[in-house]
Design a protein around this ligand. Structure first.
Ligand code: A3P
Length: 345
């Protein structure tokens, strides 16, 4: 009896010991691969004079922790001075398109050690009241960053708002502009879904998409419907081109950002003259969410909020066909202007 208990105890100890050694080996391997995939080394950024563009190891370690605290307004003046932190105007702006994947793009770019995102949509250039407060107000809305980092903000309303291109031009005529687009009909339905959800939350009823997108009198596409107008990308882009040359824009494929984000992010890194630092390690597919999520390091990862990736209502196929036919010539023009072709129908 006693012998049997001793054998059982030994077996338990053996299993526990193996588990502990296994976990230790796993951790060592993961930290090793983390070092390999996410080198915490000085980078060859091109946003400052040589020598100043090197991010010290400490800066990278602080980026997620300390900067986050500072962003929440918990920094003392002394801490800001000690760490040489500044609030900088954005060097790049994601100007749209609403429902194109603007949040995913911003969050994914924020994985880069040289990028610091403005967490909220600032709506400085599209909101007259905010704009009247001046550029210094806008700068104060920006997160703290190290001088060699770049700040990026996103406000998708900028793309479709008449006054915005001129206002941005007046602030910085050489700013880099990012536009993320999706197949126009899908984007319009996504736009509708967001509004529909808002109405449902307030217990209000709403029209069906078909009723809004098609003019009941003419049976043609209703170009007065905002979700349709926003998807006519070329019309909006043409307004921007009165102020900025096409070289200052980079078009991101929002459909590919969903299925295969890394190559799209690498193109943006190139456009922003940033060294490639976002790797496959930083992006993992979450089957429950059905989307890629973000991995910052061994302990910190996150998926986008549930409001991103809503299930779209089913839309009558004849309406979809009509919309696709309607967008087709505008899409051709968009490809021609931007030099980026998509497989949109
Ligand atoms: P749907 O809700 O139609 O699926 P925006 O941030 O501009 O509002 O765009 C929202 C869209 O981002 C979502 O539209 C979703 O498809 C897309 N998206 C792209 N990558 C995503 C990701 N990794 N997680 C969640 N949504 C993502």
């Amino acid at each position: 009896m006693l012998f049997k208990q001793q054998v059982l105890l030994r077996q338990k100890l053996f299993v526990l010991g193996s588990l502990a050694i296994g976990s230790l080996l796993y951790l060592v391997a993961r930290v090793g691969s983390l070092d390999r995939l996410q080198p915490l080394c000085p980078i060859d950024g091109r946003f400052g004079p040589r020598g100043q563009d090197e991010i010290p190891l400490r800066a990278l370690q602080f980026k997620r922790g300390l900067l986050h605290e500072f962003r929440k307004g918990n920094a003392t003046k002394e801490q800001i001075r000690l760490h040489n932190l500044v609030q900088q105007l954005p060097k790049a702006i994601i100007i749209g398109v609403r429902k194109g994947g603007t949040r995913a793009l911003l969050e994914m770019l924020n994985l880069h050690p040289s990028v610091v995102k403005a967490s909220q949509e600032i709506h400085f250039f599209d909101n007259d009241e905010n704009y009247a407060k001046g550029t210094e107000w806008y700068r104060k809305k920006m997160p703290f960053s190290y001088p060699h980092q770049i700040t990026i903000e996103k406000s998708p309303a900028y793309f479709i708002t008449e006054e915005v291109p001129e206002r941005i031009y007046k602030m910085n005529s050489s700013i880099k502009l990012l536009i993320i687009v999706r197949e126009p009909t899908t984007r319009a339905i996504s736009d509708y879904t967001q509004v529909l959800e808002g109405k449902e939350r307030k217990n209000k009823t709403y029209y069906k998409f078909e009723k809004l997108a098609i003019d009941p009198n003419t049976c043609e596409v209703n170009t007065k419907y905002k979700a349709v107008r926003t998807s006519i990308y070329t019309k909006h882009l043409e307004r921007w081109l009165k102020y900025f040359p096409i070289e200052q824009f980079h078009i991101v494929d929002g459909d590919r950002l969903i299925t295969e984000p890394l190559p799209e992010l690498q193109l943006v890194e190139k456009f922003l003259n940033l060294p490639p630092r976002i790797s496959q390690y930083n992006l993992y597919f979450n089957a429950t969410r059905g989307f890629y999520c973000l991995r910052f390091n061994i302990v910190f990862n996150k998926c986008l909020a549930g409001s991103k990736g809503r299930i779209h209502p089913e839309v009558d196929t004849s309406v979809i066909t009509k919309l696709r036919k309607f967008f087709h010539p505008f899409n051709q023009k968009f490809y021609q202007i931007t030099g980026r072709t998509f497989n949109w129908p």
